[in-house]
Design a protein around this ligand. Sequence first.
Ligand SMILES: NC(=O)C1=CN([C@@H]2O[C@H](COP(=O)(O)OP(=O)(O)OC[C@H]3O[C@@H](n4cnc5c(N)ncnc54)[C@H](O)[C@@H]3O)[C@@H](O)[C@H]2O)C=CC1
Ligand SMILES: NCC(=O)COP(=O)(O)O
Length: 337
Amino acid sequence: MIFGTGALLMTNKTTQAPLAVTCGDPAGIGMEIFIAAQKEIGGDIPMVLFADRRHLPQGVPVTLFQPDTAPPPPDHIWLHQIDFAQPAHPGQPDRRNAAGVISAIEQAVRLTQAGQMAGLCTAPIHKAILQDGAGFQFPGHTEFLAHLCGVQQVVMMLTCPALSVVPLTIHIPISDVPKAITRELFHTTAHILNDALRRDFGIEEPRISVAGLNPHASEGGKIGREDIDQITPWVAELQSAGVSITGPQSADAMFHAQARTRYDAALCMYHDQALIPIKTLDFSGGVNVTLGLPIVRTSPDHGTAFDIAGQGLADASSMVQAIVYADRMIKARQNAN
Ligand SMILES: NC(=O)C1=CN([C@@H]2O[C@H](COP(=O)(O)OP(=O)(O)OC[C@H]3O[C@@H](n4cnc5c(N)ncnc54)[C@H](O)[C@@H]3O)[C@@H](O)[C@H]2O)C=CC1
Ligand SMILES: NCC(=O)COP(=O)(O)O
């Protein structure tokens, strides 16, 4: 279990730079869940929203961010202005705003790298609209942030108090999964995960459990060979290198409550193998974390939810948790240093 189920960790407001929060797609629920989160925890965790003032609801008090100044009153949005091309209409994404969405992420990363922001929490983007509207070349934030930070490989982890999961392969067609699972990807992912569980989450002896690719982890070779010929020897190599890693296990039997007590993170072979259990267990409390970056980055576990945007139906719990996790990870890194 990562960070337990405890109450929010309170921030030392006098010493910590604010957390950067990007708006995501302005036609999605990002802005409304940020405003709800700001009401709930903005007094404890200072945050700067990277967004266009014209996209905020009328009447919300706004203070423009200036470096090295105290946060405004908690009922104010502390804003880093991003100039978008068009107004925002909830539920009606506009590809002409794609460049603004990307610019918000770029500017938030730049200010975090410069030390003006303590870390980054991103509201959801719509990947297809960014590709269509601005030629966005990345499958998601995860790979874009690696690019912006000059890092070769990063790891996506989704976490909630009951479970943490890592998809080894992420946004690729299921037919491409077996050939994308290489020794190098497996080893690098396990090491990044192991290091991050120690540094960012304060787990001294992290335990990683590996999910098999095939049903029943290949059933002794009767259902595929990957688990036997590839994954098993890779796990043994990592064990020899001092990583506390076990498996591959039957994926269908490793997410029930008793099984979850045996590991700190499940290393899964593909996107849905990892995300279905966590979103089923805790859709509203799950947090997406990018491991292996020089900066802290978290995000809610859900997407843009265009179908409910602007209707007052969005649940802000995952955004609240994403902000709290970012704050805790920032402090864990400070302690580790
Ligand atoms: N971190 C990110 O930027 C993420 C972006 N996405 C992107 O979002 C877009 C839409 O993806 P979908 O698969 O439709 O997933 P989605 O999470 O946007 O929506 C799935 C269903 O869950 C509901 N839902 C989502 N968040 C909710 C909340 N906070 N409160 C209440 N209901 C909520 C939606 O109304 C919808 O019915 C895609 O482009 C996807 O790539 C998806 C996940 C994460
Ligand atoms: N399904 C998770 C997801 O889409 C998150 O992607 P990213 O934008 O955080 O890379």
